[in-house]
Design a protein around this ligand. Structure first.
Ligand code: FAD
Ligand code: UDP
Length: 367
Protein backbone atom coordinates (compact mmCIF):
# COMPACT_ATOMS: atom_id res chain seq x y z
CA UNK A 1 0.00 0.00 0.00
CA UNK A 2 1.40 3.41 -1.04
CA UNK A 3 0.46 6.73 0.48
CA UNK A 4 -0.07 8.24 -2.97
CA UNK A 5 -0.75 6.96 -6.45
CA UNK A 6 0.32 9.73 -8.81
CA UNK A 7 -1.13 9.51 -12.30
CA UNK A 8 1.23 11.34 -14.65
CA UNK A 9 5.00 11.81 -14.41
CA UNK A 10 4.83 15.37 -15.77
CA UNK A 11 5.93 18.48 -13.90
CA UNK A 12 2.90 18.57 -11.59
CA UNK A 13 3.03 14.89 -10.66
CA UNK A 14 6.81 14.98 -10.20
CA UNK A 15 6.74 18.10 -8.00
CA UNK A 16 4.09 16.55 -5.80
CA UNK A 17 5.99 13.23 -5.65
CA UNK A 18 9.21 15.03 -4.65
CA UNK A 19 7.54 16.98 -1.85
CA UNK A 20 5.58 13.98 -0.57
CA UNK A 21 8.61 11.67 -0.50
CA UNK A 22 10.61 14.39 1.25
CA UNK A 23 8.00 14.07 4.00
CA UNK A 24 8.45 10.32 4.23
CA UNK A 25 5.41 9.40 2.13
CA UNK A 26 5.56 6.55 -0.35
CA UNK A 27 4.55 7.29 -3.93
CA UNK A 28 3.80 5.17 -6.96
CA UNK A 29 3.94 7.24 -10.14
CA UNK A 30 2.40 5.82 -13.33
CA UNK A 31 2.57 7.32 -16.79
CA UNK A 32 1.16 6.02 -20.03
CA UNK A 33 4.10 7.39 -22.00
CA UNK A 34 7.41 5.56 -22.31
CA UNK A 35 9.30 8.33 -20.52
CA UNK A 36 8.98 10.67 -17.55
CA UNK A 37 8.58 14.46 -17.77
CA UNK A 38 5.31 14.84 -19.67
CA UNK A 39 5.60 17.73 -22.09
CA UNK A 40 8.81 19.15 -20.64
CA UNK A 41 10.69 15.99 -21.65
CA UNK A 42 13.98 16.58 -23.47
CA UNK A 43 16.14 13.94 -25.11
CA UNK A 44 19.77 14.16 -26.16
CA UNK A 45 20.32 13.44 -29.85
CA UNK A 46 23.80 13.91 -31.37
CA UNK A 47 24.81 16.06 -28.40
CA UNK A 48 21.79 18.36 -28.76
CA UNK A 49 18.99 18.45 -26.17
CA UNK A 50 15.81 18.13 -28.18
CA UNK A 51 12.63 19.59 -26.68
CA UNK A 52 10.44 16.68 -27.77
CA UNK A 53 7.14 18.47 -27.15
CA UNK A 54 7.97 21.91 -28.48
CA UNK A 55 10.09 24.80 -27.22
CA UNK A 56 10.11 25.06 -23.43
CA UNK A 57 11.54 28.22 -21.91
CA UNK A 58 11.36 28.56 -18.16
CA UNK A 59 10.32 32.00 -16.94
CA UNK A 60 8.91 33.33 -13.68
CA UNK A 61 8.61 36.45 -11.58
CA UNK A 62 8.72 34.48 -8.39
CA UNK A 63 12.07 34.20 -6.64
CA UNK A 64 10.70 31.27 -4.67
CA UNK A 65 9.86 29.27 -7.79
CA UNK A 66 13.13 30.24 -9.49
CA UNK A 67 15.12 29.08 -6.44
CA UNK A 68 13.00 25.95 -6.32
CA UNK A 69 13.90 24.80 -9.85
CA UNK A 70 17.52 25.89 -9.44
CA UNK A 71 17.95 23.40 -6.60
CA UNK A 72 17.72 20.61 -9.20
CA UNK A 73 19.77 22.01 -12.07
CA UNK A 74 21.73 25.01 -13.28
CA UNK A 75 19.94 27.32 -15.71
CA UNK A 76 21.67 29.17 -18.55
CA UNK A 77 21.08 32.80 -19.55
CA UNK A 78 18.86 32.02 -22.57
CA UNK A 79 16.39 34.82 -23.30
CA UNK A 80 13.59 33.98 -25.65
CA UNK A 81 13.48 36.40 -28.62
CA UNK A 82 11.56 34.66 -31.38
CA UNK A 83 11.27 36.23 -34.80
CA UNK A 84 8.21 36.17 -37.00
CA UNK A 85 8.45 35.27 -40.67
CA UNK A 86 5.49 36.68 -42.60
CA UNK A 87 5.83 35.62 -46.24
CA UNK A 88 9.58 36.22 -46.07
CA UNK A 89 9.40 39.50 -44.12
CA UNK A 90 11.12 39.20 -40.74
CA UNK A 91 9.77 40.98 -37.64
CA UNK A 92 10.87 40.94 -34.03
CA UNK A 93 8.62 39.56 -31.31
CA UNK A 94 7.05 40.28 -28.94
CA UNK A 95 5.48 43.42 -30.39
CA UNK A 96 7.97 46.16 -29.55
CA UNK A 97 9.67 49.23 -31.02
CA UNK A 98 11.75 47.05 -33.38
CA UNK A 99 8.53 45.55 -34.76
CA UNK A 100 6.84 48.95 -35.06
CA UNK A 101 9.89 50.49 -36.72
CA UNK A 102 10.17 47.76 -39.34
CA UNK A 103 6.46 47.87 -40.05
CA UNK A 104 5.79 51.62 -40.13
CA UNK A 105 9.19 53.30 -40.05
CA UNK A 106 8.29 55.01 -36.75
CA UNK A 107 11.19 55.98 -34.49
CA UNK A 108 9.73 57.08 -31.17
CA UNK A 109 7.30 55.39 -28.77
CA UNK A 110 4.96 58.37 -29.20
CA UNK A 111 4.79 57.82 -32.97
CA UNK A 112 4.15 54.10 -32.49
CA UNK A 113 1.35 54.72 -29.99
CA UNK A 114 -0.23 57.25 -32.32
CA UNK A 115 -0.19 54.77 -35.20
CA UNK A 116 -1.85 52.09 -33.09
CA UNK A 117 -4.42 54.55 -31.76
CA UNK A 118 -5.35 55.63 -35.31
CA UNK A 119 -5.87 52.03 -36.41
CA UNK A 120 -7.84 51.17 -33.31
CA UNK A 121 -10.11 54.22 -33.74
CA UNK A 122 -10.90 53.25 -37.31
CA UNK A 123 -12.34 49.93 -36.10
CA UNK A 124 -14.53 51.50 -33.37
CA UNK A 125 -13.87 48.76 -30.81
CA UNK A 126 -14.72 49.92 -27.30
CA UNK A 127 -14.65 46.86 -25.09
CA UNK A 128 -12.85 43.95 -26.82
CA UNK A 129 -15.02 40.84 -26.81
CA UNK A 130 -12.78 38.29 -28.47
CA UNK A 131 -9.17 37.66 -29.46
CA UNK A 132 -9.41 39.63 -32.72
CA UNK A 133 -10.81 42.74 -31.03
CA UNK A 134 -8.37 42.42 -28.15
CA UNK A 135 -5.42 42.14 -30.54
CA UNK A 136 -6.47 45.14 -32.62
CA UNK A 137 -6.99 47.19 -29.45
CA UNK A 138 -3.50 46.34 -28.28
CA UNK A 139 -1.47 46.70 -31.49
CA UNK A 140 -3.69 47.85 -34.35
CA UNK A 141 -4.84 46.20 -37.58
CA UNK A 142 -1.49 45.94 -39.45
CA UNK A 143 0.14 43.80 -36.78
CA UNK A 144 -3.05 41.84 -36.32
CA UNK A 145 -3.17 41.01 -40.05
CA UNK A 146 0.53 40.18 -40.46
CA UNK A 147 1.60 38.69 -37.16
CA UNK A 148 -1.48 37.49 -35.30
CA UNK A 149 -4.45 36.41 -37.43
CA UNK A 150 -2.73 33.72 -39.53
CA UNK A 151 -0.74 32.25 -36.66
CA UNK A 152 -3.68 32.26 -34.26
CA UNK A 153 -6.16 30.69 -36.66
CA UNK A 154 -3.67 27.94 -37.56
CA UNK A 155 -2.85 27.34 -33.92
CA UNK A 156 -6.43 27.16 -32.68
CA UNK A 157 -8.26 25.93 -35.82
CA UNK A 158 -11.03 28.49 -35.50
CA UNK A 159 -11.61 32.18 -36.32
CA UNK A 160 -9.94 34.66 -33.97
CA UNK A 161 -13.40 36.16 -33.40
CA UNK A 162 -14.38 32.91 -31.63
CA UNK A 163 -11.38 32.79 -29.31
CA UNK A 164 -11.06 34.20 -25.77
CA UNK A 165 -9.04 37.39 -25.49
CA UNK A 166 -6.82 36.13 -22.65
CA UNK A 167 -4.76 34.07 -25.13
CA UNK A 168 -3.29 37.15 -26.77
CA UNK A 169 -2.72 38.90 -23.44
CA UNK A 170 0.01 36.32 -22.83
CA UNK A 171 2.24 38.36 -25.16
CA UNK A 172 3.80 41.61 -23.99
CA UNK A 173 3.41 44.82 -26.00
CA UNK A 174 6.34 47.11 -25.38
CA UNK A 175 7.24 50.60 -26.37
CA UNK A 176 10.96 49.97 -25.91
CA UNK A 177 13.48 48.36 -28.26
CA UNK A 178 13.44 45.11 -26.29
CA UNK A 179 12.96 41.71 -27.99
CA UNK A 180 12.64 39.68 -24.78
CA UNK A 181 9.46 37.59 -25.20
CA UNK A 182 8.74 37.54 -21.48
CA UNK A 183 8.39 40.29 -18.86
CA UNK A 184 9.44 38.00 -16.02
CA UNK A 185 12.45 38.68 -13.83
CA UNK A 186 13.93 35.18 -14.19
CA UNK A 187 14.35 33.16 -17.36
CA UNK A 188 16.53 30.37 -18.74
CA UNK A 189 16.92 26.83 -19.99
CA UNK A 190 18.29 24.05 -17.79
CA UNK A 191 21.84 23.24 -18.84
CA UNK A 192 21.55 19.67 -20.15
CA UNK A 193 17.76 19.75 -20.59
CA UNK A 194 14.62 19.37 -18.47
CA UNK A 195 14.48 15.61 -18.03
CA UNK A 196 17.13 15.60 -15.30
CA UNK A 197 14.90 17.87 -13.14
CA UNK A 198 12.13 15.30 -13.29
CA UNK A 199 14.58 12.44 -12.69
CA UNK A 200 15.75 14.11 -9.50
CA UNK A 201 12.20 14.85 -8.39
CA UNK A 202 11.23 11.21 -8.84
CA UNK A 203 14.36 9.69 -7.28
CA UNK A 204 12.54 8.38 -4.21
CA UNK A 205 9.33 7.29 -5.94
CA UNK A 206 8.49 4.07 -7.67
CA UNK A 207 7.84 4.86 -11.32
CA UNK A 208 5.99 2.67 -13.81
CA UNK A 209 6.01 3.78 -17.43
CA UNK A 210 3.81 2.56 -20.24
CA UNK A 211 1.00 2.23 -17.76
CA UNK A 212 -2.34 3.84 -18.51
CA UNK A 213 -4.42 4.45 -15.38
CA UNK A 214 -7.61 3.67 -17.26
CA UNK A 215 -6.57 0.22 -18.42
CA UNK A 216 -5.92 -0.85 -14.82
CA UNK A 217 -8.20 1.50 -12.96
CA UNK A 218 -9.82 -0.96 -10.54
CA UNK A 219 -6.47 -2.38 -9.50
CA UNK A 220 -4.66 0.97 -9.25
CA UNK A 221 -7.42 2.62 -7.23
CA UNK A 222 -6.69 0.14 -4.48
CA UNK A 223 -2.91 0.50 -4.24
CA UNK A 224 -2.77 3.85 -2.43
CA UNK A 225 -4.57 5.83 0.22
CA UNK A 226 -4.90 8.83 -2.07
CA UNK A 227 -4.66 9.57 -5.78
CA UNK A 228 -3.06 12.61 -7.39
CA UNK A 229 -4.54 12.70 -10.86
CA UNK A 230 -2.92 14.82 -13.61
CA UNK A 231 -4.64 13.29 -16.65
CA UNK A 232 -7.79 14.57 -18.38
CA UNK A 233 -10.54 15.29 -15.88
CA UNK A 234 -13.36 14.44 -18.31
CA UNK A 235 -11.85 11.01 -18.92
CA UNK A 236 -11.62 10.46 -15.16
CA UNK A 237 -15.39 10.94 -15.00
CA UNK A 238 -16.00 8.84 -18.14
CA UNK A 239 -17.04 11.92 -20.14
CA UNK A 240 -20.40 12.01 -18.36
CA UNK A 241 -20.79 15.77 -18.82
CA UNK A 242 -19.29 15.81 -22.31
CA UNK A 243 -15.85 15.89 -23.91
CA UNK A 244 -13.51 18.80 -23.24
CA UNK A 245 -11.84 20.00 -26.45
CA UNK A 246 -8.11 20.38 -27.01
CA UNK A 247 -5.76 21.35 -29.79
CA UNK A 248 -3.11 18.85 -30.68
CA UNK A 249 0.26 19.17 -32.42
CA UNK A 250 2.40 17.11 -34.74
CA UNK A 251 6.15 17.52 -34.40
CA UNK A 252 8.29 16.82 -37.46
CA UNK A 253 11.93 16.47 -36.41
CA UNK A 254 14.87 16.59 -38.82
CA UNK A 255 18.56 16.06 -38.24
CA UNK A 256 20.40 18.21 -40.76
CA UNK A 257 23.92 16.83 -41.16
CA UNK A 258 26.61 19.35 -41.96
CA UNK A 259 24.31 22.30 -41.25
CA UNK A 260 25.78 24.27 -38.40
CA UNK A 261 23.15 26.99 -38.20
CA UNK A 262 19.84 26.56 -40.02
CA UNK A 263 17.80 29.63 -39.06
CA UNK A 264 19.94 31.73 -36.73
CA UNK A 265 17.45 31.60 -33.87
CA UNK A 266 15.91 28.98 -31.59
CA UNK A 267 12.33 29.91 -32.51
CA UNK A 268 10.94 31.27 -35.76
CA UNK A 269 7.16 31.77 -36.01
CA UNK A 270 5.45 31.53 -39.40
CA UNK A 271 2.60 33.97 -39.13
CA UNK A 272 1.02 33.71 -42.59
CA UNK A 273 -2.05 31.50 -43.01
CA UNK A 274 -0.68 29.29 -45.85
CA UNK A 275 2.41 27.75 -44.24
CA UNK A 276 0.92 24.72 -42.47
CA UNK A 277 3.20 24.87 -39.46
CA UNK A 278 3.32 27.61 -36.84
CA UNK A 279 6.95 27.43 -35.74
CA UNK A 280 10.34 25.97 -36.51
CA UNK A 281 12.51 25.27 -33.49
CA UNK A 282 16.29 24.89 -33.88
CA UNK A 283 17.14 23.18 -30.60
CA UNK A 284 20.89 23.83 -30.38
CA UNK A 285 20.30 27.58 -29.93
CA UNK A 286 18.57 27.00 -26.56
CA UNK A 287 21.98 26.09 -25.18
CA UNK A 288 24.21 28.13 -27.52
CA UNK A 289 25.38 24.89 -29.17
CA UNK A 290 28.10 24.87 -31.76
CA UNK A 291 27.79 21.30 -33.03
CA UNK A 292 28.54 20.55 -36.70
CA UNK A 293 24.97 19.35 -37.28
CA UNK A 294 21.63 20.73 -36.24
CA UNK A 295 18.16 19.45 -35.36
CA UNK A 296 15.02 21.31 -36.30
CA UNK A 297 11.37 20.69 -35.48
CA UNK A 298 8.36 21.93 -37.38
CA UNK A 299 5.25 22.30 -35.24
CA UNK A 300 1.95 21.55 -37.02
CA UNK A 301 -1.25 22.33 -35.09
CA UNK A 302 -3.92 19.66 -35.59
CA UNK A 303 -7.50 18.90 -34.70
CA UNK A 304 -7.64 16.81 -31.52
CA UNK A 305 -9.44 13.48 -31.19
CA UNK A 306 -9.38 11.12 -28.19
CA UNK A 307 -6.48 9.22 -29.81
CA UNK A 308 -4.24 12.32 -29.96
CA UNK A 309 -2.14 14.05 -27.33
CA UNK A 310 -4.10 16.90 -25.72
CA UNK A 311 -1.71 19.86 -25.73
CA UNK A 312 -3.79 23.01 -25.44
CA UNK A 313 -7.15 23.33 -23.64
CA UNK A 314 -9.61 25.34 -25.73
CA UNK A 315 -10.95 27.61 -23.00
CA UNK A 316 -14.00 28.97 -24.79
CA UNK A 317 -17.32 29.43 -22.98
CA UNK A 318 -18.74 26.01 -23.88
CA UNK A 319 -15.69 24.10 -22.72
CA UNK A 320 -15.34 26.18 -19.57
CA UNK A 321 -18.94 25.40 -18.71
CA UNK A 322 -18.37 21.66 -19.19
CA UNK A 323 -15.24 21.93 -17.07
CA UNK A 324 -17.18 23.64 -14.25
CA UNK A 325 -19.41 20.56 -14.03
CA UNK A 326 -16.42 18.26 -13.69
CA UNK A 327 -14.88 20.63 -11.16
CA UNK A 328 -18.03 20.33 -9.01
CA UNK A 329 -17.55 16.56 -8.95
CA UNK A 330 -13.82 16.88 -8.27
CA UNK A 331 -14.40 19.23 -5.32
CA UNK A 332 -16.42 16.52 -3.60
CA UNK A 333 -13.66 13.89 -3.78
CA UNK A 334 -11.99 13.22 -0.47
CA UNK A 335 -9.15 11.01 -1.65
CA UNK A 336 -8.43 12.31 -5.11
CA UNK A 337 -6.43 15.47 -5.82
CA UNK A 338 -6.65 16.93 -9.33
CA UNK A 339 -3.73 18.98 -10.61
CA UNK A 340 -1.79 20.08 -13.70
CA UNK A 341 -2.78 21.37 -17.12
CA UNK A 342 -5.13 18.53 -18.05
CA UNK A 343 -6.97 17.98 -14.78
CA UNK A 344 -7.57 21.70 -14.21
CA UNK A 345 -8.11 22.41 -17.93
CA UNK A 346 -5.92 25.51 -17.76
CA UNK A 347 -3.33 26.98 -20.13
CA UNK A 348 -0.62 26.89 -17.47
CA UNK A 349 3.10 27.51 -18.01
CA UNK A 350 5.73 25.54 -16.11
CA UNK A 351 6.19 28.07 -13.31
CA UNK A 352 2.44 28.13 -12.75
CA UNK A 353 2.35 24.34 -12.60
CA UNK A 354 5.09 24.31 -9.97
CA UNK A 355 3.34 27.09 -8.06
CA UNK A 356 0.05 25.22 -8.02
CA UNK A 357 1.73 21.91 -7.11
CA UNK A 358 3.43 23.62 -4.16
CA UNK A 359 0.09 25.12 -3.08
CA UNK A 360 -1.45 21.64 -3.23
CA UNK A 361 1.44 20.34 -1.12
CA UNK A 362 0.90 23.09 1.46
CA UNK A 363 -2.76 22.19 1.74
CA UNK A 364 -2.18 18.45 1.80
CA UNK A 365 0.56 18.58 4.44
CA UNK A 366 -0.94 21.53 6.33
CA UNK A 367 2.23 23.60 6.13
P1 FAD B 1 1.86 17.13 -18.63
O1 FAD B 1 3.24 17.55 -18.96
O2 FAD B 1 0.88 17.02 -19.76
O3 FAD B 1 1.92 15.75 -17.85
C1 FAD B 1 0.81 14.91 -17.68
C2 FAD B 1 1.32 13.49 -17.74
O4 FAD B 1 0.24 12.61 -17.40
C3 FAD B 1 1.80 13.07 -19.13
O5 FAD B 1 3.09 12.54 -19.06
C4 FAD B 1 0.78 12.04 -19.58
O6 FAD B 1 1.34 11.02 -20.37
C5 FAD B 1 0.31 11.49 -18.23
N1 FAD B 1 -1.03 10.91 -18.30
C6 FAD B 1 -2.16 11.49 -18.76
N2 FAD B 1 -3.19 10.63 -18.67
C7 FAD B 1 -2.70 9.49 -18.13
C8 FAD B 1 -3.27 8.23 -17.82
N3 FAD B 1 -4.55 7.97 -18.06
N4 FAD B 1 -2.49 7.27 -17.28
C9 FAD B 1 -1.16 7.51 -17.06
N5 FAD B 1 -0.57 8.68 -17.35
C10 FAD B 1 -1.33 9.66 -17.88
N6 FAD B 1 5.54 26.32 -20.42
C11 FAD B 1 6.47 27.25 -20.14
O7 FAD B 1 6.62 27.65 -18.98
N7 FAD B 1 7.29 27.74 -21.11
C12 FAD B 1 7.20 27.34 -22.41
O8 FAD B 1 7.97 27.81 -23.26
C13 FAD B 1 6.22 26.36 -22.74
N8 FAD B 1 6.10 25.93 -24.00
C14 FAD B 1 5.16 24.98 -24.30
C15 FAD B 1 5.07 24.54 -25.60
C16 FAD B 1 4.15 23.57 -25.95
C17 FAD B 1 4.05 23.09 -27.37
C18 FAD B 1 3.27 23.04 -24.94
C19 FAD B 1 2.25 21.99 -25.30
C20 FAD B 1 3.37 23.47 -23.63
C21 FAD B 1 4.31 24.45 -23.29
N9 FAD B 1 4.45 24.90 -21.97
C22 FAD B 1 5.40 25.86 -21.69
C23 FAD B 1 3.59 24.39 -20.89
C24 FAD B 1 4.19 23.19 -20.14
O9 FAD B 1 4.41 22.13 -21.03
C25 FAD B 1 3.20 22.77 -19.04
O10 FAD B 1 2.96 23.84 -18.17
C26 FAD B 1 3.65 21.57 -18.20
O11 FAD B 1 4.33 20.62 -18.95
C27 FAD B 1 2.41 20.94 -17.59
O12 FAD B 1 2.76 19.90 -16.72
P2 FAD B 1 1.64 18.85 -16.26
O13 FAD B 1 2.30 17.92 -15.32
O14 FAD B 1 0.43 19.57 -15.84
O15 FAD B 1 1.17 18.12 -17.61
N1 UDP C 1 0.54 34.53 -31.26
C1 UDP C 1 0.44 35.14 -32.48
N2 UDP C 1 1.56 35.31 -33.24
C2 UDP C 1 2.76 34.87 -32.83
C3 UDP C 1 2.87 34.26 -31.57
C4 UDP C 1 1.73 34.09 -30.81
O1 UDP C 1 -0.65 35.54 -32.90
O2 UDP C 1 3.76 35.05 -33.58
C5 UDP C 1 -0.69 34.35 -30.45
C6 UDP C 1 -1.37 33.00 -30.73
O3 UDP C 1 -2.77 33.17 -30.63
C7 UDP C 1 -0.86 32.15 -29.60
C8 UDP C 1 -0.83 33.16 -28.45
O4 UDP C 1 -0.41 34.37 -29.08
O5 UDP C 1 -1.70 31.06 -29.35
C9 UDP C 1 0.10 32.81 -27.31
O6 UDP C 1 1.41 32.68 -27.81
P1 UDP C 1 2.52 31.87 -27.03
O7 UDP C 1 3.82 32.10 -27.73
O8 UDP C 1 2.42 32.19 -25.60
O9 UDP C 1 2.03 30.38 -27.32
P2 UDP C 1 2.53 28.97 -26.74
O10 UDP C 1 4.01 29.05 -26.62
O11 UDP C 1 1.81 28.79 -25.46
O12 UDP C 1 2.08 28.04 -27.80
Amino acid sequence: MYDYLIVGAGLFGATFAYEASKRGKSCLVVDKRTHIGGNVYTEEVEGINVHKYGAHIFHTNSKEIWDYVNQFVEFNRYTNSPVANYNGEIYNLPFNMNTFNKLWGVITPEQAKQKIEEQKKATEIEVPKNLEEQAISLVGTDIYQKLIKGYTEKQWGRPATELPEFIIKRLPVRFTYDNNYFNDKYQGIPVGGYTQIIEKMLEKSEVRLNEDFFTKRAELEKVAKKIVFTGMIDQYYEYRHGVLEYRSLLFENKLLRGVNNYQGNAVVNFTDSKTPYTRIIEHKHFEFGNQEDTIITKEFPTEWTKEDEPYYPVNDENNNEVFRQYKTLADKEENVIFGGRLATYKYYDMHQIIGSALKTVEKEFKI
